[in-house]
Design a protein around this ligand. Structure first.
Ligand SMILES: [Zn+2]
Length: 119
């Protein structure tokens, strides 16, 4: 990835970190954004949506954080985890495709120029 692109990504895409609620001591990073997690904090404590599923950790804990309190959710099967990841990927793809008509236009132009120069 070109350095400039990496810098822009790191500036635009924020994440939040917390220690896993199960007490295993693992740090959990959740990216924040319109297609990722949202965190709201007030005097009662943070609320994070959607739920946090730590499928990549040995504990595989799954919970909601609401006003600073942990609400435990059921553990997912591998099939549910796979389906959830596919759903998230489709959501992100739809969101960014809807947002970037100019990028698509530029890609077409660059493809055209590339084809012309290549001949
Ligand atoms: Zn844990």
């Amino acid at each position: 990835m070109p350095p400039l692109f990496r810098r822009i990504l790191s500036e635009e895409f924020h994440s939040a970190a917390h220690l896993c609620a199960c007490g295993c001591g693992q740090e959990v990073r959740t990216p924040l954004g319109p297609t990722e997690w949202a965190v709201r904090a007030d005097v009662r404590g943070p609320t994070r949506r959607p739920s946090v599923g730590n499928w990549q950790l040995p504990c595989k804990s799954h919970y909601l954080i609401t006003n600073g309190n942990v609400q435990w959710s059921n553990q997912w099967t591998d099939k549910q985890i796979h389906a959830g990841r596919q759903k998230e990927h489709a959501k992100r793809t739809a969101h960014y495709e809807a947002r970037e008509p100019r990028a698509s236009w530029w890609r077409l132009l660059l493809g055209f120029v590339h084809d012309r120069l290549g001949r």
